[in-house]
Design a protein around this ligand. Structure first.
Ligand SMILES: *Cc1c(COP(=O)(O)O)cnc(C)c1O
Length: 364
């Protein structure tokens, strides 16, 4: 059977291995398994979310509120924007998909960093658009500008902080770059880890409101999957000018967010103290990773997120190490597929991190 030719050279996105799979494949007890592979919040979500979600379980027979009024206005309020500036997706992943279909076609070029979030390329390929990448591992705004001038892309993805490397773009430099981009090019600022960057270093902190007020060709993406601890709920958002949001709405399937998810996200947003505490613990624990890397003579990329990227030396092999860790019930991300001899490890709870250090030391 023949399928859509555009899909032929897509490498299926490989998600972090679920705990259930390690139980099945290696016969390890679920309680013995530590998953530090998908940048989830190791402390879970606000306890208030759990209480509220339990309360609305009896409403399951009804379709969700498709206007998403409650969550939309909570987001608008948080960012000092209007409801018309917000679109909600089943993960910010879905918003990326809307953006691609709304703005690009098979003649388009999509500009992105050499190493960055894999879904940008996968969605670009869905529509047959071509991908243009910079050479530097970290976002270099001069290089982005040169490629922008040479290639005239329809969409530019800026992932800050960047997944899977953890580095972040200087906010001022980014604003100066966007100011030089013509309004016919859409700039996507993916802030999946922005809560962490804003906590660590104000100079990396990007304000969606400022972006949207200054520029008519920018969309900012956020998610509840990381700092808010709701990866299992699948919810993210896009913030932009009303006319752009309106175009994306044409692609949104009705009821793309469940009643449970809408409630969970709304309540999670209210509990700022919970999220701030998790972020503070994240950076306390991250220091231990920095010390561990130093002891082991492994390079670590300075991270503005809830994960660290350990760049192994020539005598070490990322695939071997991550496989060996997996057999011991420790799930991390092997970055060999991104062209790096590196592993990405989500910063876990103190106990989870201790276990990672002990196992890794033993294996190296
Ligand atoms: C996790 C992540 C997302 C989206 O996650 P969803 O769970 O789909 O909201 C988007 N961009 C980056 C860079 C991410 O790491």
């Amino acid at each position: 059977m023949n399928f859509n030719k555009k899909l032929q050279d897509i490498k299926t996105y490989e998600a972090g291995k679920p705990i259930e799979l390690v139980v099945r494949d290696f016969g390890i007890e679920p309680s013995e398994i530590v998953k530090l592979a998908s940048n989830e919040n190791p402390y879970g979500c606000s306890p208030k979310v759990q209480a509220e979600v339990a309360n609305i379980v009896q409403k399951m027979a009804l379709y969700p509120d498709d206007s998403m009024f409650e969550l939309k206005s909570a987001l608008a309020k948080k960012f000092s924007l209007e409801d018309e500036n917000v679109i909600i997706g089943s993960g910010s992943d879905q918003v990326i998909e809307f953006i691609m279909h709304a703005k690009a076609d098979e003649n388009s070029k999509i500009l992105m960093n050499s190493v960055t979030f894999a879904m940008y390329e996968i969605y670009a390929k869905h529509i047959g658009a071509s991908v243009v990448r910079t050479a530097s591992q970290e976002h270099n705004m001069n290089e982005f500008y040169e490629l922008y001038k040479a290639e005239k892309p329809d969409i530019i993805f800026l992932c800050t902080p960047n997944n899977p490397t953890g580095d972040a773009i200087d906010a001022q430099e980014m604003m100066e770059f966007i100011a030089k981009v013509d309004n016919s090019t859409l700039v996507v600022v993916d802030g999946a880890y922005m809560e962490y960057a804003a906590f660590k270093d104000k100079s990396k902190s990007v304000s969606p409101k400022e972006l949207i007020e200054k520029f008519e060709n920018v969309i900012y993406l956020g998610t509840f999957s990381k700092a808010y601890g709701l990866g299992g709920m699948r919810v993210g958002y896009g913030l932009s000018r009303g006319n752009i949001i309106k175009e994306l709405y044409k692609l949104r399937p009705p009821f793309n967010i469940t009643t449970l998810t809408l409630k969970a996200a709304t309540v999670a947003l209210e509990d700022e103290a919970f999220v701030n505490n998790c972020i503070a613990s994240n950076f306390t624990e991250m220091k231990r990773y920095e010390e561990f890397a130093k002891e082991q003579k492994i390079d670590i990329i300075e991270s503005y997120t809830n994960f660290v990227t350990l760049c192994l030396n020539d005598t070490q092999n990322a695939t071997q190490l991550s496989d060996a860790l997996l057999r011991k019930g420790m799930i991390v991300r092997n970055l060999t597929g991104y062209g790096l001899n590196a592993i990405r490890v989500t910063v876990g709870t103190p106990e989870q991190n201790s276990k990672f250090f002990a196992l890794t030391q033993e294996l190296l």
